[in-house]
Design a protein around this ligand. Structure first.
Ligand code: BDR
Ligand code: CA
Length: 311
């Protein structure tokens, strides 16, 4: 099985990514680490537990991580994800289990004790930057970093040029891109914007599996309203599950290797600058994804979600 740590800020689409990962038998989820992003880390931790309880997987440990970005003032995305981070779904709190402290320590230890670990980072990169800074020597055991974040041709979602995960903690993102032991697979807005959960698809999920359909309906209603009001789009873009799907099936996306730097101040703060022409004459540190087979993604997502067994 592929060993994986999921670093996330759940978050509606993070929760869908967790559902996909949990329903993928190829993956061994060693732990879920939480970073402040869409919601403060304490709320994100509760949301991860809600997904684990729903799927009967409270055996997967959850570690709480960084409360705020390295330097910048923390700005959540509760306007998009709801105050509770799960679209005001008001799911009951999970009290059956304890949350582990120290996500950063967990990442370091896991890398020290395991080989070939994939880090799936679907929130701001604060926890990863702290773990890299603390103990760079264990990172040779990191097989890949897949990061949902950034954008190349597509416009930003927080500013004209910046995507939320890198914009929220640009110093962490810059540190990770500058010091990464492996090229970062950047599942950016160019590809994730093409992944839209429509009411039709949601209805189909519900017809096939009412339990999971009801859960997804509950957590996405707010997200649907947000997309309709802000962008006049019927349906919602679900960014984070594509990162999981790309790990499971790399042929789903295409891109190119390049040097990427993250802007840490000024008007373009948080922008992922991609040196497509090689101006900087530096080795590449990222695989920048630009194309996705959206239909095959949806096929994989639906198949796995619908077949989810009751706990
Ligand atoms: C990213 O930011 C968050 O709002 C989503 O969960 C996703 O990880 C998209 O920009
Ligand atoms: Ca996220």
């Amino acid at each position: 099985k592929q060993k994986v740590i999921i670093d996330c800020d759940p978050g509606i689409d993070d929760s869908l990514a967790l559902l996909l990962a949990i329903n993928s038998p190829e993956l061994e989820i060693l732990g879920i680490t939480i970073v402040s992003g869409n919601v403060p880390a304490e709320i994100g931790t509760q949301n991860a537990l809600k997904v684990l309880e729903f799927t009967g997987r409270l055996d997967i440990p959850v570690y709480i991580g960084a409360a705020k970005p390295l330097k910048r003032t923390y700005v959540s995305a509760q306007d998009t994800h709801g105050q509770d981070g799960l679209g005001e779904s008001q799911l009951p709190l999970v009290t059956k289990t304890t949350v582990q402290p120290d996500a950063v320590g967990f990442i370091e230890q896991t890398l020290a004790q395991n080989r070939q670990v994939v880090i799936l980072a679907i929130g701001p990169l604060t926890n990863l930057a702290l773990a890299l800074k603390a103990r760079q020597t264990v990172w040779h055991n990191c097989q890949a970093i897949i990061s949902m974040g950034g954008n190349f041709r597509s416009h930003g979602n927080c500013s004209p040029v910046a995507e939320y995960n890198y914009w929220c903690d640009p110093d962490a993102a810059a540190y990770v891109f500058d010091h990464t032991p492996v090229p970062i697979k950047m599942v950016d807005l160019d590809v994730t914007r093409k992944i839209v959960l429509t009411p039709n698809i949601l209805e189909y999920i519900w017809q096939k599996n009412q339990r999971i359909g009801n859960f997804i309906k509950k957590i996405t209603r707010f997200y649907f309203d947000f997309h309709w009001q802000q962008e006049k789009v019927i349906g919602c873009v679900i960014n984070d599950p594509l990162a999981v799907a790309f790990l499971l099936e790399p042929t789903l996306c295409q891109g190119f290797e390049a040097r990427v730097k993250i802007v840490t101040d000024g008007l373009a703060i948080g922008q992922s600058m991609v040196d497509v022409q090689g101006f900087w004459q530096e080795t590449s540190n990222a695989l920048v994804l630009t194309e996705v087979d959206g239909q095959n993604f949806m096929h994989m997502f639906l198949q796995r979600i619908i077949q989810a067994k009751d706990p």
